[in-house]
Design a protein around this ligand. Structure first.
Ligand code: FAD
Ligand code: DHB
Length: 397
């Protein structure tokens, strides 16, 4: 068995693992990143698209934001659409911040290119198969090219997403799991057609939720609320466009042009929190520790927020010989995680139709949306959560 040694062993090269490895590199802290998929796979996996300003600041401030600044689409607001009419929430006016639309796989590409350019270890098709002694003398075992390898490290960062191996390696009886399943999912498409609006539209309709987003001036990203166990085979391209048009229609004749669908998929909706997010020398970050329903566009941003806290903890550990910040990792992250769960859950309930809802419930949705878009206080609440809360409850960081 081939053996290697590093300071931080990182499992997973999604946004969490790659951002952590990059911030550590800038501080002179060594890490090895393992990714079970191929480079091509992670660079083309279609997922998130909305970056909070804090996430943009981390990427640009660490020197990997050149393309993001050039190609990212900065938006100063979003539209909430209901009752056949659109209402803009003006982030800039309400809270003086914006969001940036830039695909997750582009963030991943930029981080991979940076890491390979400075020659730091990043292994693709390298599947972590087991962890050992994570409370004293951590080791990660992984398979690469048909052989088993071992990494000894000071700490393990579990950035291996919801289906990874790090969370299941923790003692189940000491891990609290909080979980909620939603009785619907999202059918998402990527289509080669200019976006029908220059900002995102979150649309509530009696037939269910629809979302218009984009990836570039030529490519649209659209989502439809669907059944939790929806069969994609029942959704022809024509049916998808027809349903999107119905749910996004306005009284003044909004036009949604169709175009070739480049990719389609169904995402189940769940909320999940594992607590605490650290055991001994093993830390969980991003989707490995928590999942939010996507309506608040928070998943990737929460992963980057966890990374900021852990990177700061490692800097204090290696440069100032203090474990204090590391010991507070879980508490600091969970504070933000629960606020994002609250916001994402609220956006989800407000904008989706739940099974067996009656006309009364429909009117409550409309009344809530009307309140949120008419009251400056309520619009401000939405805006400050959507653009991203400060990095801790006292507004520091
Ligand atoms: P992941 O991206 O899941 O990365 C984990 C990595 O670990 C993967 O590459 C995986 O292959 C690897 N891995 C797993 N097991 C192993 C192993 N044993 N060994 C080695 N490697 C392993 N979030 C937002 O902020 N904004 C949005 O607009 C948004 N929209 C979304 C839309 C959709 C359709 C979906 C599905 C998600 C969306 N999200 C959004 C959520 C966001 O994509 C995730 O929260 C984000 O990917 C989390 O990053 P991560 O690095 O924690 O995990
Ligand atoms: C996108 C995804 C989201 O979950 C969301 O709330 C907004 C936009 C997107 O993929 O563009």
């Amino acid at each position: 068995m081939a053996k290697m040694k590093t300071q931080i062993g990182i499992v997973g090269a999604g946004p969490a693992g790659l951002t952590l490895a990059h911030l550590l590199h800038l501080e002179g802290i060594e890490s090895v990143v393992l990714e079970r998929q191929s480079r091509e796979y992670v660079e083309t996996r279609v997922r998130a698209g909305v970056l909070e300003q804090g996430t943009v600041d981390v990427l640009c401030g660490s020197g990997v934001g050149e393309r993001l600044k050039r190609e990212g689409l900065e938006h100063g607001g979003v539209e909430l659409r209901f009752g056949g009419k659109g209402h803009r929430i003006d982030f800039q006016e309400l809270v003086g911040k914006s969001i940036t639309v830039y695909a997750q796989q582009e963030v991943v590409k930029d981080l991979i290119a940076a890491r390979l350019a400075y020659g730091a270890p990043l292994y693709f098709e390298a599947e972590a198969t087991g962890l050992k002694d994570y409370d004293r003398d951590p080791k990660i075992y992984f398979q690469l090219g048909g052989e088993c390898h071992e990494i000894s490290c000071d700490f393990i960062a579990g950035c291996d997403g919801f289906h990874g191996i790090c969370r299941p390696a923790l003692p189940g009886e000491q891990l609290e799991i909080h979980e909620r399943h939603y009785p619907f999912g999202w059918l998402g498409i990527l289509a080669r057609v200019p976006p029908a609006s220059h900002e995102l539209i979150y649309s509530y309709h009696e037939r269910g939720f629809a979302l218009l987003s984009m990836r570039s001036p030529e490519v649209s990203r659209l989502y439809l609320q669907c059944a939790a166990d929806e069969d994609l085979n029942h959704w022809s391209d024509d049916r998808i466009w027809g349903e999107l048009r119905t749910r996004m229609a306005t009284r003044d004749g909004f036009v949604l042009r169709d175009g070739p669908i480049l990719q389609k998929g169904i995402t189940p909706m769940r909320a999940f929190v594992a607590s605490p997010m650290q055991f001994g020398k093993l830390f969980l970050l991003g989707d490995a520790a928590h999942i939010v329903p996507p309506t608040g566009a928070k998943g990737l941003n929460l992963a980057v927020a966890d990374v900021r806290v852990l990177a700061q903890g490692f800097v204090e550990f290696y440069k100032r010989a203090s474990s204090r910040a590391l010991a507070r990792f879980s508490d600091r992250c969970l504070e933000r995680v629960w606020k994002c769960q609250r916001f994402s859950g609220w956006m989800t309930s407000m904008l989706h139709r739940f099974p067996q809802e009656d006309a009364f419930a429909h009117h409550l949705h409309l009344a809530e949306l009307d309140y949120v878009t008419c009251s400056r206080a309520a619009s401000t609440t939405l805006a400050e959560n959507y653009v991203g809360l400060p990095f801790d409850s006292r507004g520091r960081f």
